[in-house]
Unconditional design. Structure first.
Length: 381
């Protein structure tokens, strides 16, 4: 049996494909399953990619990423995140997902345990399994603001994965919770993988970068990307920041797998970081407006959901089996949502709604949900 036999195709992508198929058949499908901003990449970023192509940036790049981009990332990490990074602490990757994969390959050995806070974004489990590790799911508390991590730490535990703002729950962890995780990592000599891809998409609370806390830089692999912040999902550009020995291992893996992220795309990354940031604020304001409409609508319909502090998701209790809810809502009402079971077994009654879609779609979805609920949902919290 190969390690690939241990994993399933991504739950989010399966739903999206079915939604596309129904749309092709002429159905008016509302896709709330998507995990990507519905905005186009800002023009100045697109133009710098075009310019890089015209300038002949079409050759292999260094495995760790072009120095100018690594420098821009280190500058940003110091200025915005309080992480004392140099360009040597940075590796540029093909999206955050590949940074996560490489970091697991670099740090996890056969049988090592990795703590994932459940519900957890779909690809962490796969990345742990592909590295030969064992995912250990720890449920969030009922308010989604805490988790009893310590009880699950064993001599085999190597890493805790933290994702704030969180996909799928939308929660932004408090400083107290982040501090608690840092203390556990220090006490038990663990790594933390801090996935900060939604760091700029915050409506409530504040973002704390784990690597900025005292003594945490050496233990932390900070994962980030251009995908969500600059609406660049299809460009495949992300990065990791870590201690040099970790970066060296990831660089080896990268050099023998993808060689490096696409060269001209890396030049666009410099523009994204060093250029005008007004796009980000406009996008976040739009997400906030949509979140307010969606949260209000769901509340009026009597649905219970996790606190939507950031990212662009609402994690909702359907009051029935979440897989069945998702299947019927898509097949009969043509609304795609992601079943909670994709994020961990304890959330079988939940689904994730992505509001990376227009206000009109959100309003229409709410009216279809009202009809759906009348027909199917018996017990609601
Ligand atoms: C929490 C989280 N981490 C990482 C990623 C992957 O980002 P990228 O598209 O840069 O690979 C996603 C994308 O959905 C995500 O939600």
């Amino acid at each position: 049996m190969s390690r690939a036999d241990l994993i399933q195709p991504s739950a989010t992508m399966k739903i999206s494909e079915r939604a596309k198929q129904l749309r092709k058949e002429g159905k008016s499908v509302i896709d709330m399953g998507l995990g990507e901003p519905d905005f186009t990449t800002p023009r100045h970023i697109v133009e710098s990619a075009c310019q890089a192509l015209k300038d002949g940036k079409t050759f292999y790049a260094p495995a760790q990423g072009i120095p100018e981009l690594r420098e821009a990332i280190a500058d940003k990490a110091r200025a915005e995140n309080g992480i004392s990074a140099t360009p040597e602490n940075v590796i540029v990757t093909a999206g955050a997902k590949y940074a996560i994969y490489e970091a697991m390959q670099a740090l996890i050995s056969e049988g090592d345990e990795v703590i994932l806070l459940e519900p957890a974004w779909v690809s962490y489990e796969a990345a742990v399994l592909l590295a030969g590790g064992r995912p250990v799911f720890v449920r969030h508390s009922d308010d989604f603001r805490d988790a009893e991590i310590e009880e699950h730490i064993t001599p085999k535990t190597r890493m805790i994965v933290v994702n704030s703002p969180n996909n799928p729950i939308g929660v932004v962890y408090t400083k107290e919770f982040i501090k608690k995780v840092c203390d556990l990592a220090a006490d038990h000599d663990l790594h933390i993988m801090s996935d900060e891809v939604y760091e700029r998409i915050i409506f409530e609370g504040e973002h704390y970068s784990i690597a900025s806390f005292d003594g945490m830089f050496e233990r932390t692999i900070t994962i980030n990307a251009f995908s969500k912040t600059y609406a660049m999902t299809g460009w495949r550009l992300g990065y990791a920041i870590a201690e040099e020995s970790v970066i060296a291992k990831m660089r080896k893996i990268q050099s023998h797998s993808i060689s490096s992220p696409t060269t001209f795309v890396q030049y666009a990354g410099i523009s994204a970081l060093r250029g005008d940031q007004s796009f980000v604020e406009e996008m976040v304001n739009e997400f906030r407006r949509r979140r307010d409409i969606l949260a209000k609508g769901l509340k009026e319909l009597g649905f219970d959901f996790a606190p939507p502090d950031g990212a662009f998701y609402i994690f909702m209790n359907t009051g029935m089996d979440g897989n069945e809810f998702s299947r019927r809502f898509l097949e009969e009402y043509h609304v795609a949502v992601t079943p909670g079971s994709g994020f961990g077994k304890s959330y079988n009654h939940w689904v994730r709604l992505s509001y990376a879609t227009s206000t009109e779609n959100i309003i229409e979805m709410l009216s279809r949900l009202e009809e759906f609920a009348k027909k199917y949902v018996e017990k609601r919290n």
